[in-house]
Design a protein around this ligand. Structure first.
Ligand code: SF4
Ligand code: SF4
Length: 435
């Protein structure tokens, strides 16, 4: 794609990077074929190629965003299915991030939208605030019919109660064996995940400790920053990025870290991008690159570093039919697909890919809250594809997908790490108790 940035514009590091990406695009449109919003809406501007043109036009012409551009960019799920399909290696993720930051700087959204986006930014990225809101929402739930549609739907998606925790809050979870641990890893426990599904972090910690690995949950790390990053709120996102980088880097230097484990693929994708985000920051670029290099999805870490000790008992000796939902951030963002499937297969169960598995379930961070109509259609299609397999349960590696899919089906769904924990001596996951 021909570009027309001036020399002055190319002094900006983000313009410079985006220009290189635009030049790779050959307008072929292959990406449209696998874009969920293009498939649903059929509008060129709701596909990756159209959005690339919109972003290029804003950046090259120093053009402020307008209502039309914002509508089409907001409808993008950031699922990165287009990146998997693109034969030219166009990094759409970096373009859409740049486009969203430009929108945030140049466009004043209507009051109601600003209110909702600020609310999500302040509530979801801070686990304390999220807890408080979940409690308050229980009081307004009976009156939700009086609220506007969007708020009503948000209230409906809020959890009813907090699941019980079984592990105490600690900074260091020691390896179970008395001898020296074989590795020491940091775990990102996540802002929303640790509130609504603490069992995922607990399964991860138990599983690692049982395999003689020490787990550090660093104080001061809450959100990975991706929530604000995808809302275009770069100031808040960068504040979280910088804090996380300095805390983990200090831990790495002082006590040693063999890996930083993410068990939420949406967050993992962003952690792996810290190195790119701070590529021009002389104070942070080395540290950020190190943090990205250390980051592993839990499935990757287990596959590459842990000799799993599978234990059969009377609870887990049945053979189940499992549908594996490959989260977009996992398969398209991190290019991790076969690894979790092969791990689950080691438990002796049957694992099936979901038809049209490359298409998003509609969760996509805050997407199901902000673009509820499109998210609902995607969920409906996902559930109908899952039902074709007739699985006994579903598994995936991302809390957002778990919450979204659980809203559309009665088939139990759980995180992949909970299955591996169970088959290596951990307790049977609560969601499977009736099976
Ligand atoms: S990220 Fe997903 S929704 Fe956005 S343009 Fe690419 S394929 Fe379409
Ligand atoms: S598939 Fe790649 S090269 Fe082709 S239009 Fe889409 S982004 Fe451009």
């Amino acid at each position: 794609m021909k570009t027309n940035f001036s020399k002055e514009q190319l002094k900006d590091k983000d313009n410079k990077s985006s220009e290189k990406i635009f030049r790779k695009c050959v307008h072929c449109g292959f990406c449209n074929a696998t874009c969920p919003t293009y498939q649903l809406l059929g509008d060129e501007l709701d596909g990756p190629r159209g959005r690339i043109y919109l972003i290029k036009d804003m950046l090259e012409n120093n053009k402020p965003a307008n209502e039309k551009i914002v509508k089409h960019i907001d409808r993008c799920l950031s699922c990165y299915s287009c990146m998997t399909t693109c034969p030219s290696g166009v990094n759409y993720m970096h373009l859409i991030d740049h486009g969203r930051n430009h929108i945030e700087k140049t466009y004043k959204r209507p009051f109601g939208e600003r209110l909702i986006r600020n609310f999500l930014s302040n509530v979801l990225s801070k686990s304390f605030n999220f807890r408080v809101i979940v409690i308050l929402v229980q009081f307004v739930k009976p009156f939700r019919f009086f609220f506007p549609k969007k708020i009503k739907e948000m209230i409906a998606l809020m959890p009813r109660k907090f699941p019980k925790k079984t592990l105490p809050n600690m900074e260091i979870y020691r390896a179970q064996k008395k001898k020296k641990p074989v590795a020491r890893v940091a775990l990102l426990t996540g802002c929303v995940q640790k509130v609504i599904s603490p069992q995922i972090n607990e399964a991860t910690i138990r599983l690692l400790n049982r395999h003689n690995i020490e787990v550090v949950v660093s104080k001061g790390i809450d959100c990975c920053g991706s929530l604000n990053h995808h809302l275009g709120k770069s100031y808040l996102a960068h504040k979280a990025f910088k804090k996380n980088i300095s805390i983990w880097y200090e831990e790495y230097l002082k006590n040693g870290l063999d890996a930083i484990i993410s068990n939420t693929s949406g967050c993992g994708t962003t952690l792996k991008d810290y190195g790119f985000i701070f590529r021009s920051d002389n104070n942070l670029k080395i540290k950020a690159k190190k943090i990205s290099e250390l980051t592993k999805d839990i499935s990757e870490y287990l596959d590459e570093n842990v000799k799993l000790n599978f234990i059969k008992n009377k609870e887990n000796n049945k053979e189940y039919k499992i549908a594996y939902h490959s989260a977009c951030s996992m398969q398209h963002g991190q290019k991790v697909h076969d690894v979790p499937i092969n791990l689950i297969k080691k438990t002796g169960n049957q694992v099936f890919d979901i038809p049209d598995g490359h298409i998003c379930c509609g969760s996509a961070g805050t997407y199901n809250l902000l673009q509820n109509d499109i998210a609902k259609k995607l969920l409906k299609n996902k559930i109908s594809n899952i039902e074709k397999i007739k699985p006994q349960f579903i598994t995936t590696g991302n809390i957002g997908c778990i919450t979204q899919i659980a809203n559309g089906t009665k088939i139990p769904i759980l995180h992949t790490v909970e299955i591996i924990d169970w088959y290596t001596g951990g307790p049977k996951p609560e969601v499977l108790m009736k099976l």
